[in-house]
Design a binder for this molecule. Structure first.
Ligand SMILES: [Zn+2]
Length: 144
C-alpha cells in the first residue's frame, strides 16, 4: 500500500467485479461510453512483476472484457492501453471506439477531432449499461 498512490486507495465498492488480485471498474467518462479499467490490486509497475498464474489471470480478464465489449457494443475498434506513466501501478484501459467518436482515429488522450453526436452518445451509453451487466455475469461465471 502506497499512501500517495490513488489506485492503492481504491476499494471494491464501485467495482463491476473483483477478486483478491484485481478489480474491474466502469470509468464514467461521458465522451467514451463503455470505458473499462482493469486494476491490479497490488502496487506493481510492470507486467513482468506478475508471476505466471497472475499473468494468466490478468489475460483471462482482459479477454473477457474485450469479447463482452465487442459483442454488446459492436464498436469499430477496441483500444487496449497500459501506460502507468502518471500512476506507476499496473492498470489497463479497455475502450470501445467508433469512427465517429470525438477523437477517432487518435487515442482518447490525443487531439479532439470532432464533437460527439449527442443522440449517438446516448445510444452508446445504453449499450454500455448492457455491456456492464453482461460483463459482471461473464466474470462471475468464469470463477477466476
Ligand atoms: Zn498503488
Amino acid at each position: 500500500m502506497h499512501t500517495n498512490c490513488e489506485l492503492c486507495q481504491m476499494t471494491d465498492e464501485k467495482a463491476i467485479w473483483s477478486n483478491e488480485k484485481l478489480r474491474v471498474i466502469a470509468v464514467n467518462d461521458a465522451a467514451f461510453p463503455g470505458y473499462i479499467r482493469v486494476i491490479w490490486k497490488a502496487h506493481v509497475a510492470e507486467m513482468t512483476d506478475l508471476d505466471e498464474n497472475e499473468r494468466s489471470l490478468l489475460s483471462k480478464v482482459l479477454f473477457i472484457v474485450e469479447s463482452t465489449m465487442r459483442s454488446t457494443m459492436k464498436p469499430d475498434k477496441i483500444n487496449l492501453a497500459q501506460f502507468g506513466n502518471m500512476v506507476p501501478h499496473l492498470h489497463w484501459h479497455i475502450i470501445a471506439r467508433y469512427r465517429d467518436d470525438s477523437h477517432f482515429p487518435e487515442s482518447i488522450w490525443g487531439i479532439k477531432q470532432r464533437d460527439n453526436n449527442p443522440e449517438t452518445l446516448l445510444e452508446r451509453a445504453q449499450l454500455a449499461e448492457v455491456m456492464q451487466a453482461h460483463l459482471c455475469q461473464e466474470l462471475q461465471q468464469a470463477k477466476l
